[in-house]
Design a binder for this molecule. Sequence first.
Ligand SMILES: *Cc1c(COP(=O)(O)O)cnc(C)c1O
Length: 395
Amino acid sequence: MIYADNAATTKMSRIAIDAMLPYMEEIWGNPSSLYEAGQKAAEALCSAREHIAACIGADPREIYFTSGGSEADNQAILSAARFGQRSGKKHIISTAFEHHAVLHTLKKLEKEGYETELLDVHENGMIYPEQVAEAIREDTCLVTIMYANNEIGSVMPIPEIGAICRQRKVPFHTDAVQAVGHLPVNVQEQNIDLLSLSAHKFHGPKGIGVLYARQGIPLVNLIEGGAQERGRRAGTENVPAIMSMAAALEEACAHMDQNTEKLLRLRDKLIDGLSRIPHSALNGDKEKRLPGNVNFCFEGIEGESLLLLLDDKGICASSGSACTSGSLDPSHVLLATGRPHEVAHGSLRLSLCADNTEEDVEEILQAVPEVVGYLREMSPLWKDKVSGKREFVLS
Ligand SMILES: *Cc1c(COP(=O)(O)O)cnc(C)c1O
């Protein structure tokens, strides 16, 4: 099997698995318990918090463990909204191509009378700092813009956007789930007030993540109960998962340069090869792009059929289409970049990790043109285009 869907989730690394085991087999006490078995778990948590903080340039007191990226996004946005409301600020700036954990939280706030302004995404999948500067108003209580897009891989100018927010005294949150462990992220240098990360996107376990909140940024609780996470997130900590997340993050950061070098080589080979397919187009920016992300639109095909046929060939990939929700709606991300519905339906995302090989890339480059050709042959729409009855959208 060739796994090329690392933006959806990653395989746990050996180091991440090994880091969990002692906290299931030996040190399984409750970190809130006062006897030694509990205190050992509490010490472990403390060290994990320090390690994770160091990896993103934060203070350990600014790290809140959550159940993952979605929870961190929800808590960051709801916190800034509630805090803004106290001083009459109910305007939130975001973008049209955020993850649904952000977009659906904003929808909920709209129903409560907040005004959300979604910045236009450029054709290359970018948001520029000037757009943020122009959109900020007196009553803006939050800017939330993702670090790197999970579908098309474009990487935003986060330090510049953060600098504008800081100058205008507006809290800045970034969903950095696709970035942490893959790009150098530093909350201090990059002017970030709130940040979400998730372990299963960097070879750690699922169901665990972090909300970073700069000191002085108030948080509301999504879950009431005990006093864990300085009273901001109740519930006994998932110590094995947290220890594993810390180990996975340290490993990812230690090997980042080396992994990036390899990924860029594989990614660009895929991009070059797939560009040769006629009437195809790369989605997202060519330069400002996650090292493992490849995303193409192929005219005249359905993303779902492409995925099923690739699956038959042992290749796990994903489409921009929201197949998970069972709907045939094209990806909101591709639509946000201005791709027409028809073309947005025929997308393919390949997201690589450092375990992928040159042979994987060669096999993919063999399979995709074959499958695209096969699907086009069966498509009446494609036939109309070839015969000149309809126009091609992509050159
Ligand atoms: C995966 C992902 C999330 C959700 O993280 P979970 O830990 O699965 O809840 C949020 N944002 C982005 C950009 C993601 O890629």
